[in-house]
Design a protein around this ligand. Structure first.
Ligand code: ATP
Length: 273
């Protein structure tokens, strides 16, 4: 190996993470076109946690939808562990959790959590074991036989997270997972999610509108701006991975909050912030 190559960062680590390379997304509706993403580049190392934050319409959900193989970018490439989204989906490497938990109302919690495994044709006994493990992890033990209508919004969201976890995804893609919940519950689920991430070692890409949630749940916050959607800033959050609610009292927390507020003000083109 040449000296130049030996000095490169380890390729494997890079390949195991998420890579967004020159991704452009233009939606066409009749004669109207919208550039939802213009030349986005982002590297997310395996096992790290990244949040996307930015004004409405800056392309956050689009980026997640590209990674989860729902839409194809107009140009550029998105890779998860070196695989295209289509390949990663076939290998069930990622799970997507969105704002409103989709539950089948006629199925009990346990059966809803088992759904992904059923689709993956995992045998019944194994399905049950993994679903129970995931239910335990999100703190829903005792509610296995409840129907979704008997759960609170927060519990339904936990069930959706449990369903995602049963597939043991290397990549957890979350689009405003706690957006519909009240502040207190959101806070609690943030720290529960941190514990789950530490246990599963999953790589997290999270879309959020909350500055404090972004700080709590990230190693890096990526600020985006609209028209056309692009990445304007990447802010490192150096709290390490063993976080407790006490990080809010750390003076760095307040500094990061104001840094992010400022970055968001600029990304919206508001010079008064
Ligand atoms: N299917 C679609 N067809 C046409 N335009 C679309 C489509 N989906 C999104 N867009 C447009 O692309 C842009 C980016 O949308 P996207 O939903 O990715 O933004 P976002 O940052 O997630 O917004 P929000 O924070 O409001 O959820 C917006 O201008 C939106 O109107």
């Amino acid at each position: 190996m040449s000296a130049a190559l030996a000095n490169q960062p380890p390729l494997r680590a890079r390949a195991d993470g998420i890579s967004i390379r020159d991704v452009q997304m233009v939606y066409r509706r009749g004669v109207q076109t919208t550039t939802a993403l213009a030349g986005c580049n982002l590297e997310i190392p395996a096992g790290s946690w990244v949040s996307l934050i930015g004004a409405s319409g800056c392309g956050k959900s689009t980026l997640l939808r590209i990674l989860s193989d729902i839409v194809q970018p107009t140009s550029g490439q998105a890779l998860l562990g070196g695989l295209t989204p289509t390949e990663a989906r076939a290998e069930r490497r990622f799970a997507l959790v969105s704002q409103h938990a989709v539950m089948l109302p006629w199925r009990k919690v346990l059966a809803n959590v088992e759904l992904g495994l059923e689709v993956a044709r995992v045998p019944k006994a194994e399905r049950r074991r993994r679903a129970e493990e995931a239910i335990e992890m999100v703190g829903l033990r005792g509610f296995e036989r409840a129907y979704p209508s008997e759960l609170s919004g927060g519990m339904r969201q936990r069930a959706a997270i449990a369903r995602a976890l049963t597939l043991k995804p290397a990549y957890l893609l979350m689009d405003e997972p706690f957006g519909a919940l009240d502040e207190l519950l959101r806070d609690r689920l943030n720290f529960e999610l941190l514990r789950i991430l530490e246990e599963t070692k999953a790589t997290l890409l999270l879309v959020t509108h909350s500055i404090s949630e972004a700080i709590i749940l990230s190693d890096k916050v990526v600020v985006m701006s609209p028209r056309p959607g692009r990445i304007t800033q990447e802010i490192d959050i150096d709290f390490g991975h063993n976080r407790s609610p006490a990080i809010r009292d750390d003076p760095r927390f307040g500094r990061l909050e104001s840094e992010l507020r400022h970055a968001l003000g600029h990304s919206m083109g508001d010079e008064h912030h």
